[in-house]
Design a protein around this ligand. Sequence first.
Ligand SMILES: [Zn+2]
Length: 514
Amino acid sequence: MAGDIAWKGISMARIAIGGFHHETNCFVPGVTDYAYFAQHRDRPPLCRDEEIFEWMPGANFALSRFLELMADKHELVPTVWTSGGAGAIVSRDAFERITGELVGTLSRKMPVDAVYLDLHGACVSEDFEDGESELLRRVRASVGPDIPIVVSHDYHANVTPETAQLCDALYGYLTYPHIDRPGTGERAAKGMEIILQRGLPTGKAFRKLPFLIPLTYQCTMVEPSKSIVDASVAGVGGEVVSLAYLAGFPPSDQYWCGPTVVCHAYTQEAADQAADALEQKIKALEPDFAVPELDPDAAVRQAMQIAATASKPVVIADTQDNPGAGGTCDTTGMLAALVRNDAQGAVLGIMRDAEAAKAAHAAGEGAEITIALGGKGGIPSDAPYEARFEVVKLGDGRFTCTGPNLGGRRMDLGPMALLRIGGVSVVTASSRAQASDQEMFRHLGVEPAEQKILVLKSTVHFRAHFQPIAETVLVALAPGGHISDPRQYPYRKLRPGVRLTPLGPAWNPSAAKP
Ligand SMILES: [Zn+2]
């Protein structure tokens, strides 16, 4: 029985720490392989053992803050931490190597008094529809039923009943844009302290909402999401150790895709009451989720009209090519619309094209190059943009972010180049990165606030650093790997009857393609 076990009330605990992030978009081609996890890109490379203490502090992850708070009080036992960002389904090889090494390291370093795992919550691998619960099942099998497992999740987690059951407290980000990753690690640390003193919470409640929420509608800077996360915070305390609202990630084709409420408490009654209250609140707000979306030409023309008299840039979100939702970060629909409409003072970023960046570096600043830019990710209705570009500025892709979303994080995006055609400039990089920090532009001499139009390959994260300098924000729908409207996804595994958007049509499995 949990109340009798040896660790209860201990002040100095051996706490195993690790992490495995992937936000899987099942509808983009290819797989996310081990090499991708291992590489330093817009996030640290896979780190093991003591490397975790080198990379995590100050890196703006939940584990970063957990480490800072707990290192002096407890003995932290590092295993493996890695983040593959968002992208195609995780390969069998990558999933087995990463979970195998994490669980193997944990076994080697046993015994431990507790486990903290910094996870995403929307990982789909070639073998496992819910990567997190499979990882948790192996960790639980390794440590046994009496050792507390505390988990943090991204706001976009698609949580399953197994995950809620396998852990003892679960903390989700409260913000989208995600500016509280460290804050989430802090709440996880506090929850861990409570459990170490008080014992395992025995009440566990799981509620799945009956509709999916497109990412564009999930921003917590506006209603109704703001009120929902506020209510989740207000529900914690007393018998309730954690009460999480996870908004879900629609591009993961899995049975339990969609928004979730999870509660862990010291009585089943308290867990059920808190989960029910939050679930009812979200259901009542279903009609309030909505954001207008424009076609590329309409968005550019509207932006040009506003920019003619505005003192601040008009921002257009190229939401469907958001690499943070698995987009290829190289589609050209918005670039074509900017050039076609002769936009002036416009900058688009980030365009991932390593070949173009290499050609620009070979030619040098001031040269002109004829290239087929972007459009190489295999996205339907998208193609490379063939034209002559001026090479305005070159960079090595190494800089440190300063905004609220990624501040402090060291970037290595490979060779970068600012390419210009007419009044349109393109921030080109060698690897994918969501345009959510102004330093990505400043690295190539572009001061974002001084532009007329900024086109950002991002859905919501850009708002943290760019909305304060924007005259207004428009959302455009150019072809991309992150389809904004879940009604367009060829789902196969979703649970029957779930509404594909708030107040939208219910999914019918007989309509699924074989
Ligand atoms: Zn997220």
